[in-house]
Design a protein around this ligand. Structure first.
Ligand code: SF4
Length: 347
């Protein structure tokens, strides 16, 4: 039977920051194959700025805080999509898959094999990602398209308004647009995903000594991390909690380099084309692509011990992070700062 491209695809990915960024390649792939197909993206309102500027997305449907599945199903049914691509797969999206009217084709992605979920959660063995998350999204897009598709590019776009706000925020903080900026993002969602902030501070000293301006980004709750860096490098600028993700994207766009833990902003930086150093401890960098960037990973025998990080190190030694020293980080970051094209680095 001849495949007829869908008229409108409803993509579900409500959170979180990094995961939404990672869907951009599969969306680009679908749109590239079927230019007439409209892509409608359903996302939590807090993350909507990540997709609003995406030229491959025709419409964004937001889920507001506290909005229930029935109300959301009504909104999504009104989209009148003839295909649904669930790139989230949790209980909410499974329910929406039953409730939303319209789509004749429904495809759900698979994040990782069930056997890995059990083995890693019970700490029977470390996690070894067999495939990147972007590849798994791509497989789901191919299943929807009933054919192989050329790979799309992971990308994030900044609106003109957000870029102007970012430029104004940098200028107001005294950051010189004519000199290189290094954005540091020392935060993250779990203790075992955090490289010690004292090491970020030492890295900031090396960056400042090399003539670049350090700006520290993060959420309001990560202000203490920024304060520790500014205490060590008084010329560094604390931008934590000052703006949302749209403006953050504008700040990262203006940065010559980015360094951060396994976190949403780390994915944003790569998607914005800012040369990046990604620091991994208890989670698996094999889940992602780092071509043109650098990734620092100790590879101790117990790692990666989790999918999302932990509140403490179960082995008590925390070697996955403590084995990563500042000299090694600087050796990986400084070539990026110097404007040399970085080769893929795994160290
Ligand atoms: S050092 Fe601790 S936190 Fe890190 S991977 Fe090993 S067990 Fe997990």
């Amino acid at each position: 039977m001849v495949f007829v491209p869908p008229r409108r695809v409803l993509v579900l990915r409500f959170s979180s920051l990094g995961d939404i960024v990672l869907t951009s390649a599969a969306i680009a792939s679908l749109k590239g194959a079927f230019p007439q197909t409209e892509i409608v993206f359903a996302v939590k309102a807090a993350f909507a700025d990540l997709v609003r500027s995406n030229p491959n997305v025709a419409q964004v449907v937001t889920m507001d805080p506290g909005e229930g599945a029935l109300a959301m199903a009504r909104k999504l049914s009104a989209v009148n999509a003839d295909a649904m691509l669930d790139l989230h797969r949790n209980n909410r999206t499974k329910l929406l898959g039953l409730l939303v009217r319209g789509p004749r084709r429904r495809v759900t992605w698979s994040k990782r094999p069930f056997v890995d979920n059990i083995a890693v959660r019970l700490r029977l063995r470390p996690y070894r990602a067999a495939m990147t998350i972007a590849d798994r999204y791509h497989l789901a897009a191919e299943e929807l398209a009933e054919q192989t598709l050329p790979r799309g590019e992971m990308r994030l776009w900044v609106s003109a308004a957000h870029q102007a706000e970012a430029d104004a925020a940098l200028a107001a903080a005294g950051v010189d647009a004519a000199r290189p900026i290094a954005a540091l993002s020392p935060g993250g969602t779990a203790f075992t995903k955090l490289w010690p902030v004292e090491r970020f501070a030492e890295l900031a000293k090396k960056i400042a000594a090399a003539g670049a301006q350090v700006v520290v980004t993060g959420s309001k709750g990560e202000g203490a991390l920024a304060s520790a860096i500014v205490a060590a490098v008084p010329s560094a600028t604390d931008l934590t909690g000052k703006f949302g993700i749209g403006v953050l994207a504008g700040v990262i766009t203006r940065s010559a380099v980015f360094a951060g833990n396994d976190s949403g902003p780390m994915h944003m930086a790569r998607a914005l084309g800012t040369p990046s150093l990604a620091i991994f401890g208890s989670t698996d960098p094999r889940q992602f692509e780092f071509a043109g960037h650098a990734v620092m990973f100790a590879g101790v025998p117990c790692s990666p011990c989790s999918f999302f990080g932990r509140s403490s190190c179960p082995e008590k030694h925390f070697r996955c992070m403590l084995d990563l020293d500042v000299d090694r980080a600087w050796a990986m970051l400084s070539p990026l700062l110097g404007g040399r094209r970085a080769l893929p680095v795994h160290g």
